[in-house]
Design a protein around this ligand. Structure first.
Ligand code: PEP
Ligand code: MN
Length: 347
């Protein structure tokens, strides 16, 4: 159920609706928008009788939710969500660039890459401290030592730190040293981790699971939002298909598909989405052209020496060239994309 308040509804009227929702044992999710506030309701297992809200002051409309999503939808918030991370944004007018190595390997490596990506316009630095590797014998990340390096980078360059939480205790550490909690493809349906991230004050970058449908991915975002954290960024990173020419098949159609349903920002990761450095730039260009709010890119100062994902790492020079190209595309396509009215689906 979704309660849409009248455009001029007073704060007290909104509070009164919130109280009724709480008094019947459910959870209100007020979403202020440009023209009106809508209030999502979660916590019910069966249908809620909406008539009790219809005559409350300031209520414009009570909408029954027939889709499995409640909080990610354009019905709840017709405007796009802009996630603010300090003075940087994701989903706003700037193209968000999240760049850095696959893993933090050493002080020198991380600093060299941070310097290069900062010079070429990144506001966010990525780099995993813990790596979820297919093989238990592969490099698992620096762990504790990585934290020290990443917090020095944050300090030295003013870059916002995006790093992956593999388990609940990592979220506490990211809250201390980082800026954005990344939930990786392998954990997209780790529901206890999603709930814990949903109780954090930090934004959550939610990667698409490698075999997740759009619905499963959006429901994973609902897990985070249902706990009260509305700052979720979706990241398309490719899915498993029969194709053998790429590591994953980057599903760029998910960007407009999500736009049609959700207010959440969507970024594209052409590094994991292709697995090969030579494909990263063309797919980054395509991702921006299709309307992504940002890119996640793996960069290494010596790709040939990288301890993980060496084949997909860009050199700093390749990265700088990519950024020039995608910014030119963004300038060209933004007016065209924003000309198209968002089409909401009844949810
Ligand atoms: C990563 O971004 O470091 C990563 C492991 O990606 P994914 O979860 O998409 O495989
Ligand atoms: Mn990687």
């Amino acid at each position: 159920m979704l309660i849409v308040m009248k455009p001029g509804a007073a704060g007290q009227e909104i509070d009164a609706v919130i109280s009724v929702i709480q008094n019947i044992g459910l959870r209100p999710h007020p979403m202020p928008g440009a023209t009106r506030t809508a209030i999502g309701i979660t916590g019910n297992t069966g249908p809620v009788d909406g008539r009790r809200f219809e005559n409350l002051a300031g209520v414009a409309e009570v909408i029954r939710v027939t889709k499995p999503y409640k909080l990610i939808t354009l019905d709840l918030r017709p405007e796009k969500t802009v996630v603010r991370v300090g003075d940087a944004t994701i989903g706003g007018s700037e193209l968000a660039i999240i760049a850095g190595p696959c893993a933090i390997e050493s002080h020198d490596q991380a600093f060299a890459v941070a310097k290069a990506v900062k010079q070429s316009g990144a506001r966010f630095f990525r780099g995993s401290v813990w790596k979820p590797r297919t093989s238990p014998y592969a490099f698992q990340g620096l762990g504790e030592k990585g934290w020290k390096i990443i917090s020095e980078i944050r300090q030295a360059f003013g870059l916002k730190i995006v790093t992956e939480a593999l388990e609940a205790s990592h979220i506490d550490l990211i809250e201390q040293y980082g800026d954005v909690i990344q939930i990786g493809a392998r954990n997209m349906q780790n529901f206890s981790l999603l709930r814990k991230a949903g109780r954090s004050k930090l934004p959550v970058l939610l990667k698409r699971g490698m075999a997740a449908t759009l619905e499963e991915w959006l429901l994973a975002a609902e897990y985070v939002m249902a706990e009260g954290n509305y700052n979720v960024i979706l990241c398309e990173r490719g899915v498993r298909t029969f194709a053998q020419h790429t590591r994953n098949t980057l599903d760029l159609a998910s960007v407009p598909a999500i736009r049609r349903i959700s207010h959440l920002p969507v970024i594209v990761d052409p590094s994991h989405g292709t697995g090969s450095a030579y494909m990263v730039t063309p797919l980054a260009r395509a991702g921006v052209a299709v309307g992504a709010d940002g890119l996640m890119l793996e960069v290494h100062n010596h790709p040939e020496l990288a301890l993980s994902d060496a084949a997909q790492a860009l050199t700093p020079t390749e990265y700088a060239q990519l950024i020039r190209q995608v910014l030119a595309i963004r300038d060209l396509t933004t007016p065209l994309i924003t000309d198209t009215p968002a089409q909401s689906q009844a949810a």
